[in-house]
Design a protein around this ligand. Structure first.
Ligand code: FES
Ligand SMILES: [Fe+2]
Length: 439
């Protein structure tokens, strides 16, 4: 195919990171990775608690020395994926603050994973389209004249302008705003103004380049990796698990996007701690969750957390009025969450914006969105916003702590933190595999 290898420009574009150490890790296609994190820690005496005798299953015991003369590989090797949950630690702090790790994630995780980029209800009619950005790549997804949903790189084959500039809409064809080249809904190049006399120009070879796009439930997924498994195969048992929840009956109501000063993985960790933080951080939510009966189940690429809900005299009134039945918290590797209650759902998409920044996109859905139901929906969103504000504050505090000389890695609760353990092992597998392939 005509695709070039993914390019790795993120940190060059976002040059707030000024590399100033000499350790580099070369890959075939990439500019050298650079490592700045441990420079900050040079000369810093590690707390004595780092000197654990159990180095094998305790990354925090190893981190004070190895990375200072290490490479990206040595940072990745600080995590031991073979440790069972009872002996496991979190992925180590450098994974959350090192530009080389973030760059590798862009290639090995976001450049290869199925990513939710929109909703199927945005693509109901032939000619409906939506645009998105995935791992720095502009994408357009469209329902063609033949009814098939297709994805394309939203990059004009002439001089690389974005062909489609609206977030969503309906069109009979796409016209590039720069010099007016037009493309069909199947990506084929149609119109090329003022190109008479141009030699060896094959219109058929200058269509928009395709990207894999597939739909599951009301979610449009895209994958930049042409070799990736089909979406359904990746989802596995999640398909039959979600089906009875009847998510298709819910209607999109509103989107809210939050920008957090933390690494994207801090937010995912927070989500996957099995309700551990709920009684301490979310008093209102805690009053309706039956915390002791909270369950956590890991599967190949997803984790299901669930809790019965209760409402009694001690329950927060707003939370009890808008959260009923049973709570399902589904996480799909690496960064997509579905939170479903009876007749209520929100999805969360966590997008890295840099080492210390991420965006979390909340889409709220309800069973009916008639005018008379809107007061209830606003109340429900207000409950979520309060919970989110509490999560934002703690995630940002965690990110500051991850930069501290006082922290290397932390242990996991066996009762609560199995989801994080799954996340960390999946991430380790993807990153080490990509790093090894690049050596
Ligand atoms: S860049 Fe699209 S027509 Fe020139
Ligand atoms: Fe939370």
């Amino acid at each position: 195919m005509l695709l070039k290898p993914l390019r790795f420009t993120y940190f060059r574009k976002n040059a707030s990171v000024t590399p100033f150490v000499s350790h580099t890790f070369k890959t075939k296609d990439l500019k050298p990775f650079r490592f700045t994190h441990f420079q900050k820690k040079v000369g810093v005496g590690a707390p004595s608690s780092y000197n654990s005798s159990d180095r094998r299953h305790s990354p925090s015991s190893a981190d004070a020395s190895a990375p200072m003369n290490g490479t990206l590989k040595s940072i990745l090797d600080l995590y031991d994926p073979s440790a069972p949950l009872a002996q496991a630690s979190t992925i180590p702090a450098p994974w959350y603050v090192d530009p080389g790790v973030a760059e590798l994630e862009r290639q090995a995780v976001f450049g290869r994973a199925w990513q939710a980029v929109g909703r199927a209800d945005q693509l109901r009619e032939k000619g409906d389209f939506l645009t998105a950005e995935l791992a720095g790549e502009p994408i357009v997804v469209v329902r063609g004249e033949d009814g098939v949903v297709r994805g394309f790189f939203n990059v004009c084959r002439h001089h690389a302008a974005a062909v489609v500039t609206e977030p969503q809409g309906h069109a009979a064809q796409f016209r590039c705003p720069y010099h007016g080249w037009t493309y069909g809904m199947d990506g084929a190049l149609k119109g090329v103004p003022e190109f008479e006399g141009v030699c060896d120009f094959d219109r058929a070879k200058n269509g928009l380049l395709p990207v894999r796009a597939e739909i599951w439930e009301n979610f449009v997924f895209v994958n930049l990796d042409s070799q990736a498994k089909p979406l359904r195969e990746f989802l596995g048992g999640l398909v039959s698990l979600v089906e009875p929840l009847g998510l298709g009956e819910l209607r999109f109501f509103e989107r809210r996007t939050y920008t957090l000063q933390c690494n994207w993985k801090v937010y995912v960790d927070n989500y996957l701690d099995g309700g551990y933080h709920v009684p301490h951080l979310h008093k209102g939510l805690n009053s309706v969750l039956d915390y002791t009966r909270y369950t956590i189940e890991n599967f190949e690429h997803y984790c299901v957390q669930s809790s019965p809900l209760r409402s009694d005299a001690d329950s927060d009134a707003a939370a009890a009025a808008t959260r009923q039945g049973r709570a399902f918290y589904l996480w799909l590797y690496p960064n997509f969450m579905i939170n479903a209650y009876e007749g209520v759902m929100d999805t969360n998409l966590v997008l890295p914006l840099g080492i210390d920044r991420c965006a979390v996109v909340f889409d709220f859905y309800f069973k009916g969105i008639a005018t008379e139901a809107q007061a209830h929906h606003r109340e429900s969103i207000a409950v979520s916003e309060k919970v989110q504000a509490e999560d934002v504050a703690i995630c940002e505090a965690v990110q500051r702590g991850l930069h501290s000389r006082a922290y290397g890695a932390g242990r996991l609760s066996v009762r609560r933190e199995a989801g994080e353990h799954l996340f960390h092992r999946l991430l380790h597998a993807d990153l080490t595999q990509a790093a090894a392939a690049a050596e």
